[in-house]
Each structure stands twice: as structure tokens, then as C-alpha cells.
Design a protein around this ligand. Structure first.
Ligand code: DP6
Length: 341
């Protein structure tokens, strides 16, 4: 049965005691994540229920730190030490989400968000923000919900946020229930310590169209979208096999092809959605040339102009020589004690 967001919250929290101590300040961290097989298309736009499953890798200690406490009147949100004006899109999006948890307007929130993912490079941080926020609410209100249920709550804020509640490789099951109670994320529990991700810090320009809008526009207008779900099914099988066999070549090839196929569906949308900038094309060509010379280096891209590189630890120096502005991430180092300060 289809349910509203509020009904889902009600169902998950049940009679959970909803008393937050106004004195209490809670701090939580959630990883940023990058999809290797993308979530692109919703079967329910209100509940952020995906048409297909997707698979991501979390970014270790990079992500969002949240500090949360209640306050008597109006929400106050700080993002990287800047107070967000109430008309700011991020303020409205977060407070609308918080509306689900106010319990008859008894609570307003003071929220400090710090992203350790380089925001100047235009990397999406909404996933880790909603994941960290849900963790913090769970602690503040002492819900004691298991991660599988926190995934469902985080997804109501942003689909990909459910993947940010786990580290390492994460599979978000599309599920098929209309209320999405089976659409939750699960860790694959396969460590691959040699794997590296490279974030390319290019100059950021505001996006002409949000990923949320682009996704929906692609589903409704792109003649190529019909082939996307079948392609994802294939890519998910290959990726999971590559991960279990630590087959880097297949992992890289499939991740790169999947990202390009997603962009192909957008390019074919009417009107077309093009996120690439001249620098993106140059970087793609650099990667392709390196591949032709035998370097196991691959890329993925999301709804934006930036490339995220995939390579192995042994090739880090060569990759750094190719890309001067590179932030290297070791996804399996998750020193949360240090990160959650
Ligand atoms: C291209 O999770 O940001 O990064 O559910 O509307 O909040 P909403 O979308 P969001 O979409 C992410 C799209 C993507 C691919 C991915 O991360 O899987």
C-alpha cells in the first residue's frame, strides 16, 4: 500500500519515546558516497523510490559531520560555518525534512553541518548530510532504530543518502513495495585496501539543472531511458562479481561505462541535459589515453562536470602526475573516531 512520508515515519517510529533533552547536543558523521552503478530514475518521486538498484563506494573519512540540538523557535542551520538564510534552497529542503520529526511543533532544531568533501569542487553532499542528520535524530530522540530503518528515513531526504549510512561497497536494493519498506541499503562487507578514488578539483559552476530535476526529465523524455533498467541489471551483476574477485579491470570498465550510459540517457532527453564542461572532456581524454597506454585508470561521473577517478594504490604516483589537482581517497580507511569530532 502506498504511504505518505509522514505515515512512513509514524510506522517506523511507532510509539518510540519522542523526548529530546533540550540540553543534549549530539554529533554524528556519515560518509559521502559515489555510485559505481548509478541510481537514475524514480518509480515514486515523493518517497525517492528508485526504478533500479544501485551500487556505491563510500568515501572513508570524507563526508558530513552534524551537530544537532533542539531550540525553542525556528530552525537554525549552519553549513561550513555560514548561517543559511531561511530562503536558501538547502535551508528549505532540510527544514521540510525536519518537519517530519517535530512532533506537533514541539521542537525546532539547531543544526551545524560541516562537509569534509571539497564543496568547492561541486561534489554532491546531500547524501551524507541527510544520512548524518538521520543518525543524529536517532540519537537525540533515542529511537534506537537499526541501520536498515535509518536507511529508509534517510532516503526520504535524498535517495542516495541511504547508501551513506554504510562504509565500503554498498548495494541499495530498489525493492518493489509501494511504500518502499524494502528499499534499503546493505553493505557488501568486502574490503579492498588497494583501491583508490581520485577527486578532481575543477572550478565549480552552479549547475543549470539539479540532479533531481535532470533525473525526472530524463525518465519522462529520453528515448534511451527504456534501455537503462536492463543495462543496470547487467552492470550490477558484473560489478558484484568484480568486487568479490577483486577484479579491478572489470570494476573500472563497468563503472565508467555505466556513468557514460547515464550521461547518454541525459543527452538524449528533450531538451538535452549536458553537464560536461570543456575541462571534463579534456580529463576524459587524458584517462582514455592513459588506458590506451595500459594504465588501469578509470573514471565515473555524476550529475555534474567533475570526474572521479578509480585506480589502484600502486599507480597513485603516475595518476598524480597526470592530474595535478587530485585529492586521493582511501575508501577503506574509516577512522571515525578522528572523523567524528
Ligand atoms: C547521479 O540521490 O541526489 O548522483 O533522490 O532526488 O535526492 P534525490 O537524488 P540524488 O541522486 C543521485 C544521482 C546520481 C547517481 C547516484 O548517486 O547513484
Amino acid at each position: 500500500m502506498r504511504m505518505t512520508k509522514q505515515q512512513i515515519v509514524q510506522e517506523l517510529l511507532g510509539q518510540a519515546v519522542q523526548h529530546a533533552s533540550t540540553q543534549q547536543t549530539v554529533r554524528c558523521f556519515a560518509h559521502a558516497n559515489i555510485a559505481l552503478c548509478k541510481y537514475w530514475g524514480k518509480r515514486d518521486t515523493q518517497l525517492n523510490l528508485p526504478i533500479t538498484s544501485s551500487l556505491s563506494i563510500s568515501l572513508g573519512t570524507l563526508g558530513s559531520h552534524v551537530q544537532l540540538q533542539t531550540r525553542p523557535h525556528t530552525d537554525r542551520i549552519q553549513l561550513n560555518d555560514q548561517t543559511l538564510p531561511t530562503q536558501h534552497a538547502a535551508y528549505r529542503r532540510i527544514t521540510t525534512f525536519l518537519d517530519l520529526f517535530r512532533h506537533s511543533n514541539r521542537y525546532f532544531f539547531d543544526l551545524q553541518l560541516t562537509n569534509t568533501i571539497p564543496t568547492a569542487a561541486g561534489f554532491a553532499s546531500s547524501a551524507s548530510i541527510f544520512a548524518a542528520l538521520v543518525k543524529a535524530l536517532n540519537t537525540l530522540f533515542a529511537w534506537q532504530l537499526p541501520t536498515s530503518k535509518l536507511c529508509i528515513l534517510a532516503r526520504l531526504g535524498s535517495g542516495s543518502a541511504c547508501r551513506s549510512l554504510h562504509s565500503g561497497f554498498v548495494l541499495w536494493h530498489a525493492g518493489n513495495q509501494p511504500n518502499g519498506m524494502d528499499s534499503t541499503a546493505e553493505p557488501l562487507n568486502t574490503a579492498w585496501p588497494q583501491l583508490r578514488l581520485g577527486l578532481l578539483i575543477t572550478s565549480s559552476q552552479p549547475k543549470a539543472i539539479s540532479s533531481r530535476q535532470a533525473m525526472q526529465h530524463t525518465v519522462t523524455t529520453s528515448p534511451l531511458y527504456n534501455s537503462w533498467p536492463q543495462l543496470v541489471q547487467h552492470d550490477l551483476v558484473c560489478l558484484q562479481q568484480a568486487i568479490s574477485q577483486r577484479d579491478f579491470h572489470t570494476l573500472g570498465q563497468i563503472s565508467q561505462a555505466n556513468a557514460l550510459a547515464m550521461h547518454a540517457t541525459m543527452l538524449a532527453a528533450r531538451p538535452s541535459v549536458l553537464y560536461w564542461l570543456p575541462d571534463s572532456v579534456k580529463q576524459i581524454q587524458t584517462v582514455q589515453q592513459a588506458q590506451q597506454q595500459g594504465l588501469p585508470l578509470y573514471f565515473t561521473m555524476d550529475a555534474g562536470a567533475n570526474l572521479k577517478l578509480l585506480f589502484l594504490q600502486q599507480d597513485e604516483q603516475i595518476v598524480r602526475q597526470l592530474f595535478a589537482q587530485l585529492q586521493v581517497v582511501d575508501p577503506f580507511v574509516t577512522d571515525l573516531q578522528q572523523a567524528a569530532t
